[in-house]
Design a protein around this ligand. Structure first.
Ligand SMILES: [Zn+2]
Ligand SMILES: [Zn+2]
Ligand SMILES: [Zn+2]
Ligand SMILES: [Zn+2]
Length: 245
């Protein structure tokens, strides 16, 4: 209950905010010490039931109780009887207007007279239903968990497959690259050998040309003839066959 609800109701109208000391059930408001005295003095409120704030139900419970006993047809009337013929609760107005000829109209205060209404059976039924709905919730929770687990299992096996494929790819890549490296090495050596041979061949030709130069300059015509014959016989054939190779 909020602080506002403890303020004296009658005083709030004309005097202002004064803290209440008791609660009047009939007026449904707190009363200050002064108003409490007035209440006891005035004839109409003399018999009002004044209670401690601790005995005042919370607002929503109070409303609930009020609605529970209110007549479904007459908002301001309280239900006083049950008509078994119509299976209806009714106030005095209803009883007079609609149920005068009904055979079984029971007055509530007679029905509960001297007995405490027992809700044990109903409570048991409700508790059973509560348990059932809780176990349904639990079942669904487990179901959800299972679905979640299934998903993570699938994800993990997909990852395993992915890893295997990646490993296979890496292996393939390594094999291809190392085979290319081997071929490159072989070809490189071959090129080196060929270059060496070409260089030797070139040197040899240059040497022959130099011989011709020198013999033409320093030798006689006979020298030139002999050299020409020698080069043609020994070298040209060999050089030609080397080039062909
Ligand atoms: Zn007051
Ligand atoms: Zn009152
Ligand atoms: Zn009524
Ligand atoms: Zn009736």
């Amino acid at each position: 209950m909020s602080v506002k609800q403890y303020l004296c109701g009658p005083c709030l109208v004309d005097k202002g905010e004064i803290v209440g000391v008791v609660y009047c059930r009939e007026c449904e408001e707190p009363l200050c010490g002064h108003c409490k005295q007035d209440h006891a003095r005035i004839k109409v409120s003399k018999h009002h039931k004044l209670v401690d704030f601790a005995d005042v139900p919370p607002k929503e419970i109070h409303e609930f109780l009020k609605n529970l006993i209110a007549c479904p047809n007459h908002e301001k009337q309280e239900v006083v009887s049950l008509c078994k013929d119509h299976d209806m609760s009714c106030c005095n107005k209803c009883a007079m207007a609609d149920h005068r000829k009904c055979e079984e109209v029971k007055v509530l205060s007679d029905m509960v007279h001297d007995i405490k209404v027992d809700c044990t059976g109903l409570k048991t039924v409700l508790h059973d239903l509560q348990q059932q709905s809780e176990s349904l919730l639990e079942h669904e929770r487990k179901h959800e968990e299972l679905v979640y687990e299934m998903k993570s299992k699938v994800v993990s096996s997909l990852q395993t497959v992915k890893q295997k494929l990646l490993n296979m790819y890496t292996q393939l890549e390594n094999e291809v690259l190392s085979s290319i490296a081997d071929k490159k090495k072989v070809i490189g050596e071959k090129i080196k050998t060929n270059n060496e041979q070409s260089r030797q061949f070139l040197n040899h030709i240059k040497q022959q040309l130099a011989f011709i130069e020198n013999v033409e300059q320093f030798g006689t015509n006979e020298h030139v003839l002999l050299l020409k014959r020698k080069i043609e016989k020994e070298s040209v054939c060999r050089l030609k066959s080397t080039v062909d190779e």
